[in-house]
Write a protein that binds this ligand. Sequence first.
Ligand code: NOJ
Length: 560
Amino acid sequence: MPVTLQAPHVAPAAAAERTEHWWHRATGYQIYPRSFADSDGDGMGDIPGIISKLDHLADLGIGFIWLSPVYASPMIDNGYDISDYRGIAPEFGTLVDMDRLTAEAGARGIGIVMDLVVNHSSSLHRWFQAARASRDAPEHGYYIWRDPGSDGGPPDDARAAFGGSAWTFVPEVGQYYFHFFSPAQPDLNWQNPALREEVYDMMRWWLDRGIAGFRMDVISLIGKDVDERVYEEGPFLHPFLQEMHREVLAGRDVLTIGESWSVSTETGLLYCGHDRNELDMVFEFSHIREGWHPELGKFAPKPFDLVAFKHAIFSWQDLTRDDGWHALFLSNHDLPRQVSFYADDQTHRRAAARTLATVLHLLKGTPFVYQGEEIGMTNARFERIDQYRDLETLNHFESQIAHGVPPEVFLAGANRNSRDHSRTPMQWSAAPHGGFTTGTPWIEANPNFTEVNVEGDKAHPDSVFAHYRRLIALRKDSDLVCFGRTEQMFADDPDIVAYQRRLGDERLFVIANFTGREQLRDLPDEVCGPAECVIASHAGRDEVPCAIALAPFESLAWKL
Ligand code: NOJ
C-alpha cells in the first residue's frame, strides 16, 4: 500500500506531499531467461531454472525482477518478437510455471516486472497473419501499411534499426508494412483504437495474475507518424501513455519503466513527472550513447570519456531532484558488460566491479542489476563472427563488410559493444559451461567461468556479490540514499567521480577512482573529518582525509 511521505523525509525544496511507493526503496534485477539457468539440459535457460535460483536473488536483497520476454515467439530477436502475448514460449516453460514463478518470487518479497513489447509484434502473430492475408481483415488496421512509391518500390527510404529498408512488401495485399526493427517485427498501428484496447486488455490480464508491473520496450516509438517520418517521441506518444494509464494502471500500485533511446532532459519529465499520469520512470541512454561514435554508431565505439559520462548521469540527477524518478543502470541485455566497457576486466576486475556499483547505487533513483553483474561478469571476447548469435551484430557485420569495412575492424567494435556479451550464460560455478546447463548452451559460455562464477565469488574475501548485497541493503534502510538530493563534485575531473547526497541535516559523500592508477586529490573542508564509512571497495577508513590517495578503482562512501 502506498503511504504518504512528508517532510522531513524529503529535502526542503521538495517538501510538497509525495507518495512513497515500494519501488522507491527496491533494487531491480534483470533476467534474460535464455541465458540465466537451464533446468532441463536443452541448452536454453527456462522458467523452472529461474525458480531454482530465487534464493540467490533473495540473498542479494532485490525487490523485483525485470524479466525479459518469456512469451511465445519465433525468437528471431530472442523473444522481442512476440507471437502470442498470453502464451509462454515452450522452451521457457508453461503458464503454470510462470504463475509458480510469480508466487514463489512473491513469497520471497520479490515482484515480477514483465517486458511489454507492444511497439511491434512478431510477423507470426495471428494478427499479422490475418493482416497480411487481406486488406479487409480487421487486423489489417493493427499494422502500418502504405502503398508502393511511384516507382513501385518502398514508400520512402527509411532504414530499419537492424539493417535494410524499414518497409517490406506483401504481394497478397499489394502494400508495404513498416518495421522499425527487422521484417519479422512489424510495427503495431497505435492509431487504431481496437489495437490499443487489445493491448490494454492483455496488460490487465497479466496484472490480474499478480505481476508487479511492466518494463515497456521502446515505448517512445508508439506515437510515431511515419508519413512525417517522425518515429521517436511522435505526436501521439503522451496521449497514448495517458490513455494507457487511465485504462490499465490507475489505482494499481505497480511499477512501470519505459525504455526510450530518444528521451532527453528536455522531454524526461513528460514521461515520469508526478502529475503526468504516464510512467514511473524511464530507461534513458545518454550515458551509453556517450561511448558510441556519433555517425558510425555502436560498432565503432570511441574511447570512454568520463567527463561526458558524468555530465549525462548528473544532468538526470538534477532533472529528477524535485519531480519524476530515475532508473539507474549501466548494463542490460543490449549493452556490453559494464566492468569491461567502463573499467578494467583484468587486473582490477573485482575492485572495478565494486566501484561501478557504489557509484551507481548511491545515486537517487531505482538501481537495476543485470544478471551476472553482481559477480563482475565480463565481455566474452569472441574472436570469430560465427561465435556471435545476435541478429543486430550479424546483420551489421554483413552490411559493413559489403561496404568495405575490414572484418577485423568490425570485430574489434563488436568485441567491445555487441549485445551478445551480456547474453553469454550466467556463470554459477566452475562446472562445464559455468553450471548453466548440462547440455550444449545456445551461445558459448565465457571461458573465464572457471574464475568468475557465483560460487567462487561468494567465497572470496573481496566478493563482488557481498558488495552489491550491502549497497542494496543500504538503500532499503536509508531515506538519505533513497531521497537525498545529489550534488556533483569534481565535475571536470577526467579520472574521479565524486558527489554528495543531502537530506535535512544528513550528508553522504561518495568518491571513486575510475582509473587503474593511484589518484591524489585535496578534498574541500566541508567533507573532511571523522565520519562513518558506509561502504568501501578496499579497506574502510573512519575519517575523510583532507588529502586523499585512492588506489586503482578504489571507492568509498561516508555518512558525514
Ligand atoms: C529493445 C530491446 O531491449 C531489444 O533487445 C530489442 O531488440 C528491441 N527493443 C526491439 O524489441
